[in-house]
Design a protein around this ligand. Structure first.
Ligand SMILES: Cc1cc2nc3c(=O)[nH]c(=O)nc-3n(C[C@H](O)[C@H](O)[C@H](O)COP(=O)(O)OP(=O)(O)OC[C@H]3O[C@@H](n4cnc5c(N)ncnc54)[C@H](O)[C@@H]3O)c2cc1C
Length: 272
């Protein structure tokens, strides 16, 4: 983990018919750091003290060069932190803390079809995973959902990577793909037994992840979920991101921190 300054190389706004706003932010870091699928960084515009705390953003893409690393994020403009990210211009400095968190278990996908389930901006956490699964020779499909076409973040990049035939989309307004929640085509696929053995990797809003977890239980399919709990520090000190995780002895649950023990958890670990 390094705490450093990064330079903005690109910041492209995107908006959706649903009224939501997003941005694709590309940063350059003048040092080599490891960037793994599912990991995240805490970032904020340099010199801004309102908000004081950095915001967690999942790595979308990255590439190394001789002197350092370029990392990309897709952010949804929600509150003060992401509004200030939206105002960044090329050449601006960003306070960067990363890489943080664990990574997906790619070896668990051996011999299975990987079903990536993304809700809205949660797709960002799954793009590098899709690339690594392909490199490992795993058949990989994406099911991506959102309110409207413009909320299917990264859709064109996923289609380029996986091909259109391996991407299923669902929108609430029916503007792209099936009308409804993305968990519906997921359940239909598992119910039909389309893939002999599968594994689910999901990231999105909590209600979507909860439903994915129920479906994974029902169809006895392993599932890893990447949680986007609000967090303060990103490295285990503030305990603001604690989630309840099942505990056998004594039976019940304990709390774990999404920033250090996550953000990726096996679905059966979580106490919803
Ligand atoms: C590991 C991890 C990875 C993440 N990756 C991404 C990412 O790639 N892209 C991205 O856009 N966000 C991501 N997030 C979520 C992001 O960090 C939060 O949404 C952040 O709080 C936004 O900061 P803000 O200052 O804009 O909004 P805040 O001031 O923190 O909140 C503003 C308003 O938005 C609401 N809000 C906050 N978070 C969410 C949410 N997740 N969903 C719905 N409403 C919310 C709040 O309740 C509040 O009403 C990630 C979070 C984690 C923990």
């Amino acid at each position: 983990m390094i705490d450093t300054s990064a330079t903005v190389e690109r910041n492209d706004p995107m908006s959706s018919d649903s009224g939501r706003r997003y941005g694709l932010l590309r940063l350059r870091i003048d040092r080599q750091i490891a960037v793994l699928p599912g990991q995240f960084a805490m970032i904020k515009a340099h010199g801004i003290f309102e908000p004081l705390l950095r915001r967690a953003m999942a790595y979308y893409r990255s590439n190394q060069d001789d002197g350092g690393v370029h990392v990309e994020f897709i952010y949804q403009v929600l509150g003060r932190g992401t509004q200030s990210l939206a105002g960044l211009r090329i050449g601006d400095e960003v306070d960067f803390l990363g890489s943080l968190g664990n990574t997906f278990d790619i070896r668990a996908a051996r011999g299975r079809t990987a079903l990536l389930v993304a809700g809205g901006v949660g797709s960002a956490a799954l793009f590098m995973l899709a690339g690594e699964l392909l490199k490992a020779g795993v058949t990989t499909r994406l099911l991506i959902g959102g309110a409207s076409r413009g909320d299917l973040c990264g859709l064109d990049d996923f289609i380029e990577l996986l091909s259109a035939g391996n991407v299923t989309s669902a929108t609430i307004d029916g503007s792209h793909g099936e009308k409804g929640f993305v968990t519906e085509p997921l359940e239909a696929r598992l119910k039909a037994g389309t893939d002999r053995e599968s594994i689910i990797y999901a990231c999105g809003p909590d209600p979507m992840l909860h439903r994915v977890s129920q479906i994974a239980d029902r169809y006895k399919t392993p599932a890893q979920l990447s949680l986007e709990a609000p967090m303060g520090c990103g490295y285990g000190v503030c305990v603001g991101c604690a989630v309840a995780v099942k505990h056998d002895s004594p039976p019940g649950f304990v709390y774990q921190k999404v920033c250090t023990e996550g953000p990726v958890f096996w679905h059966e670990e979580l106490h919803w």
